[in-house]
Design a protein. Structure first.
Ligand code: LLP
Length: 438
């Protein structure tokens, strides 16, 4: 049943049978802002931030902070909301850094990631005074040496470590295993050597350790293992190198519920589990409590997002499949095509109607693989209907492209009964802004 689908994603169906997002009728949002439309439920987004913030404080104390991994949805507005709710912001490129700074997030609250930062990016980060550079590899040490000398400054760093843990998630979004482009391996000695090097660099202050094992992980065990491995490593470098770890950043990675088969832990349970492991392990090693950071992206913004589409062509192939084509597709949500990601949808104007049909919701890019949902359960739909796809707040807009020269959709924040455009829809002229005619 569709009302169950909307409800399972935390959204209301109003008396007219229409889906509501942030107290706004989805049909009104589509009418006012057009489709395809990325809608974020503001209250949900804020509530997710607060759940991280408050549970961390309760489970670990004031010496802890959540950092919004902006890559999940990097816009000025999302960075502002995260920061207003007390979170720091993780940026993974010069562009994300620029966005967060423009959002007014103080540079000291920014954590600069990336496995291949350029010299210019490192310089941009240090010149603006980012709180932490998360150093990924030896090459980055070389860049830091050059840039800190050039700017006559110092850099506060964390080391990104790869603990050798393979969580159960799509191969493309696992990052903590031995065979990873990210970080200093803990198992092959690279991490230890990085600590030695960092502690000998006069312009670098090694503040702590970081690990991020992967994304859309719904099982707590790999997170616990990674946290424990970091604390054990902190104890080892204290004992052998007399290095104090002031900060532990355990990364992000908590999954969300896209479809009923996903059963992620609640944010609060995830936070408590990690705080618990860290505290116990610190005690066992008689280590004093470092500042604890978590770096969630998807679990902050994913469930707050709904994408609205208008149905165009409907093609039935008897005995095979019905393709319901919508005005979006892999250009604004590449996740199904890239990772086989699954989603659920409802017909927004009949969100309480029983789902009787199984159809493929197809995008409009020139590829057969551009199907957003292969087996969507919907009431009968026809051209002109509005479809709502749930769980699209993370890694959709931020991964959107202009493939086939489709303009990227607008992003609207829905809250307190009104919608506010926070990223405008691109126009055809926007698409040509950087083209140079012969
Ligand atoms: N910290 C670091 C260093 C990361 O690389 C990531 C995500 C995060 C935090 C946030 O992870 P989250 O809490 O969002 O799982 N495009 C893929 C996901 C890529 C994740 C990249 N790194 C997807 O659409 O599933």
């Amino acid at each position: 049943m569709s009302p169950a689908i909307a409800g399972a994603h935390g959204f209301r169906v109003n008396n007219a049978g229409h889906l509501e997002i942030g107290g706004v009728d989805a049909l009104a949002l589509a009418r006012d802002f057009g489709t395809p439309l990325h809608v974020l439920d503001e209250e949900r987004l804020r509530a997710n931030c607060r759940e991280y913030r408050d549970t961390l404080a309760e489970a670990y104390g004031p010496n802890a902070r959540a950092i919004f991994a902006s890559k999940a949805c990097c816009t000025i507005a999302t960075c502002q909301i995260a920061h207003q709710e007390g979170l720091g912001v993780d940026v993974a490129s010069g562009g994300e850094l620029h966005t967060a700074l423009r959002a007014g997030v103080p540079a000291r609250d920014l954590y600069f990631h990336g496995n291949n930062k350029t010299l210019d990016e490192v310089e941009y980060g240090l010149r603006t005074g980012v709180g932490r550079c998360v150093v990924d590899n030896e090459h980055e040490f070389d860049l830091l040496e050059t840039v800190t000398a050039r700017l006559d400054t110092t850099a506060d760093i964390l080391l990104r470590l790869t603990p050798g843990i393979e969580p159960h998630t799509h191969q493309a979004i696992r990052t903590g295993g031995v065979d990873s482009k990210f970080g200093f391996g803990m198992l092959d000695g690279a991490a230890y050597r990085a600590v030695v090097r960092a502690s000998r660099m006069p312009r670098v202050r090694l503040r702590g350790l970081h690990a991020h094992i992967g994304s859309q992980v719904c099982d707590l065990e790999p997170f616990r293992m990674s946290a424990a491995a970091l604390v054990d490593f902190a104890a080892r470098i204290r004992d052998e190198l007399d290095v104090t770890v002031e900060e532990l950043n355990l990364g992000g990675g908590l999954g969300i519920r896209y479809v009923p088969a996903d059963e992620p832990p609640r944010i609060a349970d995830f936070v408590r589990a990690l705080a618990g492991v860290v505290t116990a392990r610190l005690g066992a090693h008689r280590l004093s409590h470092p500042r604890l950071f978590l770096e969630p992206g998807r679990s902050i913004v994913g469930s707050a997002g709904v994408t609205l589409y208008t149905v165009g062509a409907v093609k039935s192939i008897p005995g095979v499949r019905t393709y319901v084509s919508v005005d979006g597709g892999m250009f604004e949500n590449p996740r199904p095509a890239l990772y086989g990601a699954q989603y659920e949808a409802v017909a927004a104007a009949r969100a309480a109607d029983a789902a009787t049909d199984t159809v493929a919701v197809a995008g409009r890019c020139c590829e057969s693989g551009d199907v957003l949902i292969w087996e969507a359960r919907l009431p009968p739909v026809r051209s002109g209907d509005l479809l709502a796809v749930f769980g699209t707040g993370a890694y959709t807009y931020s991964m959107a492209s202009n493939y086939n020269r489709f303009p990227r959709p607008a992003v609207v924040l829905a809250g307190h009964g009104r919608g506010r455009c926070v990223v405008e829809r691109e126009t055809y002229d926007d698409l040509l802004r950087k083209d140079v005619s012969l």
